[in-house]
Design a protein around this ligand. Structure first.
Ligand code: SME
Length: 150
């Protein structure tokens, strides 16, 4: 399973590099990258960028159901990542105190902090309708994939 996930993420990196090559518009790059992730990595019901603007997270390009537009630092999984600047892997969202539910189908979640020139820039949030869907393999590859927008 981990081997298969490896292959899927390697494919996303390869496709992302060619898809985003030469493009510097962040909205265009975020849009295509979340679409690529959503349609390549199995078992997702959401893939969302949030930008850190004026001290809060604001919704960016995403795939999935309509999502919460503003998230304060410290609120939900994304807000916790904005506070700690560390990734969060949540095997069961119901057990994460303060989890913000945008889609009832979401059972597990991973949120990766995104940095631009070492400065905290925002987060990438993936949701799954399966419990315990994300692991360190996801974290490892999403750390590499999320900043490909820059
Ligand atoms: N579940 C997230 C909110 C964002 S949506 O899932 C897209 C959270 O608790 O921060």
């Amino acid at each position: 399973m981990a081997g298969r996930k490896d292959e899927q993420y390697k494919l996303v990196i390869k496709q992302a590099e060619s898809l985003l090559q030469g493009e510097h518009d962040l909205i265009a790059n975020m849009s295509n990258l979340v679409s690529l992730i959503f349609h390549t990595i199995p078992g997702l019901n959401g893939a969302t960028y949030y930008r850190f603007v004026k001290g809060e997270l604001i919704l960016g390009p995403f795939q999935g159901k309509p999502a919460c537009m503003h998230i304060a630092v410290g609120k939900g999984v994304c807000g916790k990542v904005a506070e700690t600047k560390h990734p969060e892997i949540v095997p069961d969202v119901k057990k994460f105190s303060g989890h913000i539910a945008c889609d009832d189908a979401s059972k597990s979640e991973i949120v990766i902090p995104v940095f631009q020139d070492s400065r905290f820039w925002g987060v990438l949030d993936l949701d799954s309708p399966d419990f315990n869907h994300f692991d360190q393999t996801d974290r490892l590859y999403l750390d590499k994939i999320a900043p490909l927008i820059f």
